[in-house]
Design a protein around this ligand. Structure first.
Ligand code: NI
Length: 261
């Protein structure tokens, strides 16, 4: 799928961890299979999950699971394609009705000036950041929502791709894979434990901490946490089929991989 290829190129270009981790795994003869891609957006009817999902649905993806993260004021859906070679697509949105009037006004100030052609873009998911914003403004958003701050910094792009470790020959087990990558200097998100989920739940996940990347704001260039890389191992349920959903308690802590440190 062309859109996924484009999102991958832009993600890999912005996240230096990707090429480095691929290099380490390729040196061991491994090939990488993507489990899922994750996108973020604001819960505004102009740009919500439904809008971001449009090009995926047009390409044959169908809505599957629905998720809620009360404390972070997020909801999410995941989308599945009948071609098992295509990754799952996980799209979350910030529920603006649950945010302060101040945050809602700040988000509206980003969205209101956008051209109709931008909002109608077939692939809003790959538009990037179509607004100018100051670092001061981003920090004001961060005071209430790290998620809103990340979106203001980066706009619409993939937040993370995910290595399906089932498809690795040697490093399927997450504890060993993490030890290997930590030994090469990569930092992982330990919020709620380095490995989220459990075999009995059908899914184990872990993620790097997003590296800080330079971003141009209207009041100067600052380094802020960009994208992270995730690892997932899936397990078969009682029906013998691999679990292909997500776990709210795990995803809740994975969102924290882009928090300011
Ligand atoms: Ni994920």
């Amino acid at each position: 799928m062309k859109l996924l290829d484009q999102l991958w190129r832009e993600y890999a270009a912005m996240n230096p961890q990707v090429a480095a981790i691929h290099g380490l795994l390729a040196a061991e003869g491994e090939t990488i299979v993507n489990d899922h891609v994750a996108l973020r957006t604001f819960g505004d009817p102009r740009v919500n999950i439904e809008v971001i999902a449009r090009p995926f649905v047009a390409a044959g993806y169908a809505a599957a699971g629905a998720y809620r993260f009360a404390e972070k004021r997020l909801i999410a859906r995941h989308f599945v394609h009948e071609d098992p070679a295509l990754p799952l697509v996980f799209i979350s949105e910030l529920v603006l009705e649950q945010c302060s009037p101040g945050l809602r006004a700040r988000v509206d100030a980003l969205l209101a000036p956008l051209a109709a052609s931008t909002l109608a873009a077939e692939a809003l998911a790959a538009v990037g950041r179509p607004w100018q914003v100051s670092f001061v403004e981003v920090e004001a958003l961060r005071a209430e929502s790290e998620y809103a701050a990340w979106l203001a910094c980066f706009g619409w792009r993939v937040n993370h791709f995910t290595v399906l470790t089932n498809a690795l020959k040697r490093r399927q087990a997450l504890p060993e894979l993490l030890a290997f990558l930590e030994g090469h200097g990569f930092e992982f998100n330990h919020a709620g434990g380095a490995i989220k989920g459990a075999p009995a739940l059908g899914l184990e996940q872990a993620s790097t901490l997003a590296s800080a990347v330079p971003v141009a704001f209207s009041d100067g260039v600052r380094a802020v946490p960009g994208c992270y890389y995730e690892f997932a191992r899936r397990y078969a349920g009682a029906d013998g089929r691999l679990f292909r959903g997500f776990i709210e308690g795990s995803a809740d802590r994975l969102f924290e991989s882009t928090h300011q440190r």
